[in-house]
Ligand binder design. Structure first.
Ligand code: GLN
Ligand code: ZN
Length: 760
């Protein structure tokens, strides 16, 4: 018999119940008991929804983040928590580490610096980075996990506790001093050994222990650490299922197969080619869990094809074969059944978390009991797969022909930067250190309301247009009085920089409840890119034209780039991402050219998410960067020399990718730097960035108003690396999350800073 299980379930709830209750708790609108109660109900519901599986994950529930849960479990809590008065309650302390404070209204003395947050591998889920230093000592605090195991057992759940492995935990953390993280391993292993004893006492049989770092390029010392950890832990009578996901094992394959555990889970969406080798290598006593249903995307699995692949494996492995999603289902929405508005064709192609578990179940039953028992389900699945493959909604031959006709020349500007720079300087006649902003201005509640009303059909198109125009006018007037050099229209009509474009492109669909946790209580609802992409109408030209009509200053056209649109969507899996990206590039290129035709002389194409799309393994970076840069060039570079192309990126860790950024050949790039005292510009010591650059001098993530002096100092630092003729002065990112009364004085200072620099 094949065993079915799941690696983790989304915890936010079908309708984001957890998000709303946690936020209510932070506002002190509900008590802690009420919050715990809601959490218990959610867990119960989630276990019931997984009841068809043989083993159900327990411990995957979290109030904020599972890595932070692990930090609390191993007693690795930052020192600074001890310095506050009110540190009795564990959950409150947990929120303090997560976000600086437990309650919105909390007194300053109960606030601490929040833990750093970063992305979980190559997903859009963020975790709180564990902190280590010379005082780090671990001690087991297993109550949360044991309570949940007991709670699940009481409900008759067949429990499989899920924990993050010790080596991945250390890898993900950050040493705050010169502590060698691996020197902490022995200590940490003792804590895990004790945890295993306690879990054993509860009567559970299997424990899932996640070591996803096995898919990364690991230094030898870390490979040794994995060996050491699992040899030291092998005395436990618990059965350990070592879980890897998100990639291939490659050079770690033998290591992963040989570790003294009882089973290995691999992500066959990403590592199908390795399965044969793994089975050959895996000792006979171990089980192998195949993650055959994609835990990262929302498409139905082709069950017939998967079954055909699984059958011979099953014959060989028999009960050693387990089936699961490729990774935790944390990365997909909960239930497709909630979606009432999706087009029925498209809906029939999708599977959210619950539907994915059904798929696992169907596959297992087909293997265990024969295909006949699930004939209807298989048939239905085959129909959906076939309909998607052949659908006219997916395939548009005009798009495919255009794509096939793309030439390299389309990605080249007419002249090199030096030549364009001269031409553009003559046209725009800007001062040195020209000032501009990144695109959005504060989004007031009135603007949001107008957008909502218009969408709901409660505001007429005319009234909506007037409301947006009024806001654009306000932005232009503000920029006039601030005396900025290059203007923006302010983006009031955009709810989100990807959704806004997705809504106007064919090939995109939108869910109502397709929420996925991004960090803490924050969820995102990525649009669904299902088909060939085209742009039936201009998307931004009217707004930008209107804005330009109000001023003589150059107005920047404002677009989101193809790589960012791709990286922030659920993307079709029936063609390579690089192909899809090129289709997006053509659509945005059309918009660029329409803006140019309308007389817009400066066009900004944001690539906020270019860096986060980098593959997990460095060996694959070049391929990604090649197609990403190509897509940007196709988008941007069809314009005349006279048109100035800007791009913007909300980060500054460019060290590894600066050459690729330069290869995009934008005339100007604006980046985030202000928080690091320009330290991040060090990369420009070695690499001579050839084009214009605006290192952000105003940290828009903070309510603080930067002083003139601080900005002058930052720009002077920048001018040591980059010639002043190529420098711009601008904020770090868009201003939409700020208030006007913060933005105005900050920009007044920014303009003064530029004036002072010019007077030097
Ligand atoms: N143009 C966008 C804005 O100003 C850029 C946002 C971003 O980089 N995340 O809001
Ligand atoms: Zn940004």
């Amino acid at each position: 018999m094949v065993t079915t299980h799941n690696l983790g379930f989304p915890r936010i709830g079908k309708k984001r119940e957890l998000k709303f209750s946690v936020e209510n708790y932070w506002r002190r609108e509900i008590t802690q008991d009420a919050l715990l109660d809601i959490a218990g109900h959610l867990r119960q519901q989630h276990w019931q929804q997984q009841a068809m599986l043989d083993l159900i994950p327990v411990g995957d529930f979290s109030f904020y983040d599972q890595v932070l849960d692990t930090s609390f479990m191993v007693g690795n809590i930052p020192e600074r928590l001890h310095n506050i008065d009110d540190n009795e309650n564990e959950l409150d302390n947990y929120f303090r580490v997560a976000r600086g404070r437990a309650f919105a209204t909390e007194a300053e003395c109960s606030c601490i610096q929040a833990g750093e947050m970063t992305k979980w591998f190559d997903t859009n889920y963020h975790y709180i980075v564990p902190e280590f230093d010379k005082n780090t000592a671990f001690s087991l605090n297993s109550q949360r996990l044991l309570d949940q195991v007991a709670e699940a057992k009481q409900q008759g759940v067949s429990v499989k506790p899920v924990i993050i492995g010790p080596v991945t935990y250390l890898w993900l953390g950050k040493a705050k001093d010169d502590t060698d993280k691996l020197a902490l391993l022995d200590d940490l292993i003792l804590v895990y050994a004790q945890l295993f004893r306690e879990l054993e006492a509860t009567g559970v049989e299997w424990v899932q222990i996640d070591e996803p770092i096995l898919v990364l390029e690991l230094p030898q010392a870390w490979q040794h650490a994995l060996n050491k950890a699992y040899y030291d832990l092998q005395r436990t009578p618990l059965k350990l299922l070592l879980a890897t996901y998100f990639g291939q094992l490659q050079e770690n394959l033998k290591l992963a197969c040989d570790l003294p555990v009882d089973g290995l889970h691999i992500d066959t969406i990403n590592a199908q080619e390795e399965v044969a080798k793994i089975i050959d290598w895996l000792p006979q006593y171990k089980i192998i869990s195949l993650g055959v249903v994609n835990g990262r995307n929302i498409w139905k699995t082709d069950l017939t094809a998967t079954l055909a692949w699984l059958k011979p494996l099953h014959e060989r492995l028999q009960e050693r074969l387990w089936l699961a999603p490729s990774c935790s289902l944390l990365h997909v929405p909960v239930d497709l059944a909630n979606e009432q508005k999706l087009d029925s064709d498209i809906r029939s192609w999708l599977a959210f978390a619950l539907q994915k578990l059904d798929e696992i179940n169907i596959l297992a039953r087909a293997l265990n009991e024969g295909e006949a028992v699930v004939a209807n389900a298989l048939e239905e699945n085959a129909t959906a797969i076939k309909s998607r493959k052949a659908s006219m909604r997916v395939h548009d031959h005009v798009v495919k022909e255009r794509q096939a006709a793309i030439t390299d020349a389309m990605g080249n500007r007419q002249s090199a930067f030096a030549q364009r720079e001269k031409i553009q300087k003559a046209i725009f006649n800007l001062p040195l250190y020209p000032t501009t902003t990144i695109g959005s201005f504060p989004q007031t509640s009135e603007i949001r309301q107008a957008r909502r009303d218009f969408k709901a059909g409660e505001l007429s198109a005319d009234a909506y247009q007037l409301a947006m125009q009024a806001e654009i006018k306000r932005c232009v007037h503000e920029q006039e009085s601030l005396d900025l050099d290059v203007f923006v229209h302010g983006e009031p009509e955009r709810n989100d920089m990807v959704e806004y474009f997705g809504e106007q492109l064919t090939g995109y669909a939108f869910s109502q409840f397709g929420w996925v946790q991004s960090y803490g209580s924050r969820c995102v609802k990525p649009p669904i890119l299902y088909g060939d992409i085209s742009r039936p109408h201009a998307m931004t030209v009217e707004w930008i034209n209107y804005a330009q009509s109000l001023t003589d200053k150059p107005m920047k056209g404002m677009l989101t780039g193809p790589v960012t649109i791709l990286n922030w969507s659920f993307v079709r899996d029936d063609q390579p991402r690089a192909e899809t990206c090129l289709q997006l590039a053509l659509a945005i290129r059309d918009e660029v050219l329409d803006l140019e035709k309308a007389g817009i002389r400066i066009i900004q194409i944001d690539e906020a998410a270019l860096r986060e799309g980098l593959p997990l393994r460095k060996a694959q970076w070049k391929t990604y960067l090649d197609w990403a840069v190509k897509a940007f060039r196709i988008t941007a570079n069809g314009v005349a020399d006279e048109t100035q192309i800007h791009t913007h990126m909300c980060y500054s860790e460019f060290n590894d990718i600066i050459a690729a950024i330069a290869a995009m050949d934008a005339d100007v790039i604006t980046i985030e730097t202000s928080r690091s005292d320009m330290e991040l510009l060090d990369v420009f010591d070695e690499f001579h960035y050839p084009n214009g650059i605006g290192p952000g001098v105003y940290d828009i993530h903070s309510p603080n108003i930067p002083s003139v002096d601080s900005m002058v100092t930052l720009m002077k630092q920048a001018s040591q690396r980059i010639p002043a003729e190529r420098l711009w002065v601008n904020p770090d990112c868009g201003l939409k999350t700020r208030q006007w009364d913060e933005v105005k004085p900050a920009l007044v200072n920014m303009v003064r800073a530029s004036q002072q620099l010019n007077a030097l």
